[in-house]
Design a protein around this ligand. Structure first.
Ligand SMILES: O=c1ccn([C@@H]2O[C@H](COP(=O)(O)OP(=O)(O)O[C@H]3O[C@H](CO)[C@@H](O)[C@H](O)[C@H]3O)[C@@H](O)[C@H]2O)c(=O)[nH]1
Length: 481
């Protein structure tokens, strides 16, 4: 760390979801690499499951464990959204909200310069401001999604009148330009059900409202080159300083190359046998669950495509049936020479970094999108939940992906359309040269955006320190007059 730069102490507190813990952890590593001190706060099992901290950075990162209080009806070991059915997520938020007291006690003790927090801890910024600590909301949603969610001033007052799934299929009235970014009914049905069963009394949009509206800074995991009009609009709607951090393109972890049976070494051996860009990687993140009918259609589609594939298909807490039993009869036997159905946690970044993978059939979780595009894969878009439908519209509009046609109401699709898009993904390499696509994996550009965020955190802290020193000077002058 240069002498002119102050070493910051940053407390990082993500929501309890793998898709949040992973990028918050990555951001923490990058802050530590810049010489800053990070306290990464989460629950015990989540801390154990995080990627290893590189030994040379371990003195800069402390893992702070706060046990998750038990809540009736929440399974005892549930510490992430992956452990529970989607409609039970609000229970996890209820338990998460009980982390408030131990977290505040920790902050009072260590008095960091910054707290970087997620949308679920909407209560954090106002309390932390009273302690004189700066707050940054780190948004894993892009600017288009943040704008779709709405102006914080409206959300904080409970003024979001969208209640039914249909309400979310309309471009909001605060979007002043032409846009097609809105949900399809099937992409929000579960959100509406989850909200109706709300255990916390707060909808996610209210949490977003407070998380954004009370932040000193909003850091957005995206880039203004991808979505200039949405960054512009989000700045106006939020009335908060906001800054893009770029995409945080993934790093391939060397240590994943282990001897675990069925682990990365075995997967790599299988991928190595295939021609460049021939394999379709299929994975739908950590929160979405397919119905039996969807598993069947997707399977038949992959079979009809005649393409080699690697399909991550794990059991979901939403279903009591083993997911392999949902596959079409005889499926695994018929495709055994060219397809793998993988039922464990997959080393996704390693797989996507492999040259034999050409196509990524994805649910459009923002991490997966970034990972796929950073490694130059062709995306087949299959949104299921959360921001995924909006991401799919954005990507489709920018010609960054091919969307599987689906029935707008129930999401039904055909195996033929899956097979057709897989084939199309193999021939449509022309737009791979698109400069927008190149932004995702451009290390130089992404590093510069990250550097901008780090400078903001450093400079803001320095000006606060100078301001508090000069107010002390004023006070002492008052004393001496
Ligand atoms: O077997 C697996 C499954 C997932 N991953 C990783 O886990 C992350 C998953 O993130 P994402 O692709 O964004 O999917 P979700 O976990 O479903 O993400 C949640 O969080 C995202 C960020 O807020 C949102 O965009 C999604 O809609 C929301 O469901 C990625 O880094 C994957 O590489 C693995 O490494 N192996």
């Amino acid at each position: 760390m240069e002498n002119s730069r102050k070493q910051l102490h940053v407390v990082v507190f993500p929501w309890l979801a793998m898709g949040h813990l992973i990028p918050y952890h990555r951001f923490s590593i990058l802050l530590a690499q810049k010489g800053h001190k990070v306290s990464f706060v989460s629950t015990p099992r989540n801390l154990l499951n995080l990627p290893k901290i590189p030994p040379k950075l371990s003195s800069n990162i402390s893992l702070i464990s706060l046990p998750l209080p038990s809540i009736p009806a929440l399974p005892p070991n549930a510490e992430t959204t992956t452990d529970i059915p989607y409609v039970k997520q609000q229970l996890l938020k209820k338990a998460f909200d009980f982390l408030r007291s131990p977290l505040i006690a920790f902050l009072q003790k260590v008095k960091p310069d910054w707290v970087i927090y997620d949308y679920a801890s909407h209560w954090l910024p106002s309390i932390v401001a009273e302690l004189g600590i700066s707050t940054a909301f780190f948004s894993l949603f892009n600017a288009a999604t943040l704008s779709f969610i709405g102006p914080p001033s409206m959300l904080m007052n409970g003024g979001d009148l969208r209640l039914t799934a249909e309400d979310f299929t309309v471009v909001p009235k605060w979007v002043p330009f032409e846009s097609n970014i809105a949900y399809r009914v099937h992409e929000v049905t579960k959100y509406v059900e989850k909200t109706e069963e709300d255990e916390t009394g707060l909808t996610d949009s209210v949490r977003f409202g407070f998380a954004i509206g009370n932040a000193d800074l909003v850091i957005v995991r995206s880039s203004p080159e991808l979505e200039p009009e949405w960054f512009d609009l989000f700045g106006k709607l939020s009335q908060r300083p906001n800054i893009p951090i770029g995409f945080l393109p993934p790093l391939v972890e060397e240590e994943n190359n282990n001897a675990d049976v069925g682990g990365w070494a075995d997967i790599k051996e299988w991928l190595d046998k295939h021609e460049a860009k021939s394999v379709v990687y299929v994975a739908l993140g950590t929160e979405s669950a397919l119905t039996k009918k969807e598993v069947r259609e997707l399977g038949l589609g992959l079979e009809k495509s005649s393409s080699p594939f690697f399909w991550v298909l794990r059991n979901s807490p939403e279903s009591t049936q083993n997911v392999l039993e949902m596959l079409p009869d005889g499926f695994q036997e018929r495709v055994k020479d060219r397809g793998i159905v993988y039922t464990r946690w997959a080393p996704q970044v390693n797989i996507l970094s492999h040259e034999s993978v050409g196509t990524f059939l994805t649910h459009c979780g923002w991490n997966s999108v970034v990972e796929g595009l950073s490694f130059g894969k062709v995306l087949i878009l299959f949104p299921m939940l959360n921001d995924q439908g909006l991401n799919a519209r954005l990507l489709h509009g920018k010609k960054l992906g091919l969307e599987i046609p689906r029935n707008e109401l129930d999401g039904a699709f055909t195996s033929d359309s899956v097979a057709e898009l897989v084939r199309k993904s193999k021939v449509g390499s022309a737009d791979l040269a698109d400069p927008i696509r190149g932004l995702f994996g451009d290390r130089g550009r992404n590093d510069r955006l990250l550097e901008g965020v780090v400078h903001y955190l450093e400079n803001d802290t320095m000006s606060r320190l100078r301001a508090s020193k000069s107010s002390l000077l004023c006070d002492s002058r008052v004393l001496f007059t």
